[in-house]
Design a binder for this molecule. Structure first.
Ligand code: PEP
Length: 252
């Protein structure tokens, strides 16, 4: 089963609208002859429609970094899946460790968000990963098992066809310290077997599993060469188009 790699950039709370458009345009011009890899950037909500319009018709696709699970309503400051979809975005990142850590997102909330994204026709990128303490205490598999099982609880196979899983060890995010090839291989093999156990072998073999955590031009080739790694979720190194394109072109 061939899985087209996805290289996704999470721009977090960086860049004003004009700055985001400038970087997105630059990236789109650098990507004009890229084949065999999907490219996505996730700017802030405010920049979503601007950036989506600026890269329309190019290989650069757009995602949001979060959503509220209700369709609409009195939820001050929130943004729904339908609103994201209407900007032209195709993807939404859900359950990023910064949302879990700083905004108290639980697996149950993550699950509601996944279902809401699917209902709206967005492709959810479900982020899972252990903290340094959990790894040290040898709880990595336990933590991932719960995050995936509870995050996808009650979802039917037909609903999950566009699901993307992203393994992001918390201790590797923004630290410059990527997980080793062995560590990534071990976890990705486990996650694929978990998807098989929870759903089916066909589903497991067609679902993309990204790695995220200090991916840079210097380490991307080794990480993407690992079996069961189907792309990368990139934070810091995606903010500059010149750097991000080197990650996207990891196979050249
Ligand atoms: C992220 O925030 O998803 C991430 C992987 O960040 P960084 O690449 O900066 O470690």
């Amino acid at each position: 089963m061939s899985r087209i790699p996805l290289i996704a950039g999470n721009w977090k709370m960086y860049k004003t609208g004009p700055e985001a458009v400038e970087t997105a345009r630059k990236l789109a011009s650098l990507c004009s002859d890229i084949h065999g890899v999907e490219i996505m950037i996730a700017p802030t909500f405010l920049s979503l429609p601007l950036v989506a319009a600026s890269v329309e018709g190019t290989p650069v696709k757009i995602g949001a970094q979060n959503l509220h699970f209700e369709k609409q309503g009195a939820f001050t400051g929130e943004v729904s899946a339908d609103m994201i979809k209407a900007t032209g975005a195709e993807y939404v990142i859900i359950g990023h460790s910064e949302r879990r850590q700083y905004f108290g997102e639980t697996d149950a909330l993550v699950c509601k968000k996944i279902k809401s994204a699917i209902r709206a026709g967005l492709k959810p990128v479900l982020c899972v990963g252990e903290t340094e303490t959990q790894r040290d205490e040898e709880k990595t598999i336990l933590v991932l098992d719960k995050q995936v099982s509870d995050g996808l609880k009650g979802c039917g196979l037909d609903e999950l066809k566009d699901l993307i899983l992203a393994y992001e060890p918390v201790w590797a995010i923004g630290t410059g310290k990527s997980a080793s090839v062995d560590q990534v291989q071990q976890v990705h093999t486990y996650l694929r077997s978990l998807l098989e156990q929870l759903f089916s072998s066909e589903f497991s073999s067609q679902t993309r599993i990204l790695y995220g955590g200090s991916v840079k031009p210097e380490n991307v080739k080794a990480l993407m060469g690992i079996e069961d790694v189907d792309g990368a979720l990139v934070g810091g190194a995606s903010l500059d188009a010149g750097t991000f394109i080197k990650i996207i072109e990891y196979n050249r």
